[in-house]
Design a protein around this ligand. Structure first.
Ligand SMILES: [Zn+2]
Length: 295
């Protein structure tokens, strides 16, 4: 009798397991497929309920690893999808080289970042500061590895853990003198944030960044983030923690209002955004999605 009860329990358990698997097969896989399709196009999808005032954006996991705000340091490595898709060899794009020099003809950088750099250089020119040079831009992993072996861990990061591997960072020099003395360096420290750039490794933040003061290394994060970081004297590490803690932030830069929201990534997540709203989405390269809305 006892044996019979035991067998019945076993049979029931096995049956339950099988049903569970079937349900996963039926529900799990198609959802995965759908998420993949939506992520590759990053399409804004109208809700089917006919509500025209909101759009629903499907967020795929890879969004965490791409965008202008991804954190890259010793702890957080570059993901393939985080590399900017518009990186070009600047020497072959003369239209992008306006008012500044290139250290050599191999320098590569995101076209968008180069355009913002060009606007910044133009503004500096009006202040009489006009000897800028890009000495390094995008580096692939082999180039980063070579540099790491040469410079050591205080000044360089291992391959895959450098912002230079993203195409969003550049080393800026002066054709006249060293950056910590050059008017170009001083001008940038004061003004770069207005153009979306931040001094990534400041003198007073080496304990947080883990990298020595680099007056030449600038990272593009875009507006309004660069301005907030400068105002609050925050590194990217601190700023991303701050957004995560605040969840929602409002700010104005040059009279333009911005709304910043942080969402912790979860499977099959969607984000609702007012229709016709202009926005930018970036991951933080950790676990979060940051949405920046502007008019
Ligand atoms: Zn650098």
């Amino acid at each position: 009798m006892k044996k019979w009860v035991f067998l019945l329990v076993v049979v029931l358990l096995l049956g339950y397991e099988a049903v569970q698997h079937k349900m996963e097969d039926a529900n799990g896989s198609p959802e995965h497929e759908e998420a993949k399709v939506q992520s590759s196009s990053s399409a804004a999808v109208q809700t089917k309920q006919g509500k025209l005032s909101k759009q629903t954006i499907a967020i795929a996991k890879d969004q965490v690893y791409k965008g202008k705000l991804v954190l890259v340091n010793k702890k957080y490595a570059v993901h393939e999808e985080g590399i900017q898709s518009d990186v070009v060899r600047l020497f072959s794009h003369k239209e992008l080289i306006k008012g500044f020099a290139l250290l050599d003809n191999t320098i590569r950088l995101s076209q968008d970042v180069t355009k913002s750099f060009g606007e910044m250089v133009e503004a500096a020119d009006k202040d009489g500061v006009r000897h800028f040079m890009i000495s390094s831009g995008y580096r692939n992993e082999d180039e980063q590895d070579e540099l790491y072996q040469e410079m050591g861990s205080d000044y360089a990061l291992p391959a895959g853990n450098s912002e230079h591997n993203l195409g969003l960072s550049l080393d800026i020099g002066s054709t006249q003198m060293e950056m910590n003395q050059a008017p170009e360096g001083k001008w940038l420290i004061k003004n770069a944030s207005k153009y979306g750039f931040v001094l990534r490794y400041p003198k007073d933040k080496t304990a947080i960044t883990g990298i020595q003061y680099e007056p030449w290394h600038f990272r593009y994060v875009g507006l309004p983030h660069s301005v907030i970081m400068k105002e609050k004297n925050m590194t990217m590490e601190e700023y991303l923690d701050y957004i995560k803690e605040q969840k929602n932030l409002s700010t104005q830069v040059e009279g333009i209002p911005y709304e910043i929201s942080y969402y912790r990534y979860s499977k099959n997540m969607t984000i609702s955004i007012p229709d016709k709203q202009r926005y930018d989405i970036s991951g933080d390269n950790r676990d979060g999605i940051i949405v920046t809305m502007y008019p």
